[in-house]
Design a protein around this ligand. Structure first.
Ligand code: G
Ligand code: G
Ligand code: MN
Ligand code: NA
Length: 255
């Protein structure tokens, strides 16, 4: 309850900001993109993880304003980096939760935001989870198609934790899947774990999707993923989520 009260004021009090976690190419470790991740530090002190407050924001409807803040902040940040003469960080993944995704008029609001901030839609990729699709079915697919028509790419997050079949995935206007970190964690020790990732990767490759493995923490996991044909990865092995300034320093230092 206290989280909810504070959450109501968090955006206006500017307590929310975004961190960015690099997505790298497994082949050479080069930066391929970033995932924008919310961070909340209460004025009263103490960081609260999005794993804790995003579900509260979903239940209360506050996700609409918090999600709008995150999306706008990404667009503004892209133009700040651009004005500073920095190279673009590649495609920026933005998490969109179920309620935000299904909010009436989201594609139109996004179109207006892109216009207002002069953002290239190809710089963005929205991450949605399979649970949104399971809950909202064809309505969610309609929204996906509208966003894709704006030029925004889409990624299915936490892939493998839901029930997406090959036939179903084929119908979705996504161009990318993220292998859930629970499967990556099972790669080294568990034969079944490797079989699961192998079949996810082969499914994705057959459908021409970009495949990103998340939660990569060890060189062995990275090697196995690369050997299975997965090309992109994200995780503490490469970099944690970092502030916009720290990412800018990394971009500026890149050759
Ligand atoms: O950064 P961290 O691992 O603590 O994130 C925990 C969870 O919060 C992840 O599932 C992530 O998808 C979610 N999350 C982080 N930032 C955002 C955001 O901007 N919007 C939404 N909807 N979820 C987010
Ligand atoms: O649910 P989603 O995939 O959006 O969550 C991304 C979250 O994963 C972020 O909160 C981020 O902090 C966390 N994360 C990023 N890299 C790693 C990692 O290598 N290991 C673990 N355990 N978590 C990670
Ligand atoms: Mn995500
Ligand atoms: Na995920």
């Amino acid at each position: 309850l206290t989280i909810e009260t504070d959450l109501r004021r968090a955006v206006e009090r500017q307590e929310m900001r975004l961190h960015y976690q690099p997505v790298v190419a497994l082949e050479d470790g080069g930066l391929h993109g970033v995932e924008a991740l919310l961070r909340w530090t209460r004025t009263e002190g103490g960081d609260i993880s999005p794993a804790e407050f995003v579900p509260v924001a979903e239940d209360t409807g506050l996700i609409t304003s918090i999600g709008a803040f995150a999306l706008e902040e990404v667009c503004l940040q892209l133009s700040r980096w651009n004005e500073a003469g920095l190279p673009q960080p590649g495609v920026v993944h933005v998490n969109i939760s179920g309620r935000q995704f299904m909010q009436p008029g989201l594609p139109y609001a996004v179109e207006m935001l892109l216009d207002r901030t002069g953002t290239d839609p190809r710089a963005l990729r929205f991450e949605v989870t399979e649970s949104v699709l399971m809950r909202h079915g064809s309505q969610a697919i309609t929204v996906m198609a509208q966003l894709r028509d704006l030029g925004i790419r889409l990624c299915l997050d936490d892939f493998g934790t839901g029930y997406s079949s090959l036939g179903y995935l084929k119908r979705l206007p996504v161009d990318s899947i993220k292998i859930d970190r629970s499967f990556v964690a099972g790669l080294e020790h568990d034969r079944d774990g490797q079989a699961i990732v192998r079949s996810i990767v082969s499914l994705g490759l057959h459908l021409g999707l970009e495949i990103v493995a998340e939660g990569v923490e060890t060189p062995t996991q990275a090697e196995i993923l690369a050997s299975l044909g997965c090309r992109y990865a994200q995780g503490f092995l490469y970099a944690p989520p970092v502030s916009a300034d720290d990412l800018a320093a990394m971009l500026g230092a890149a050759p």
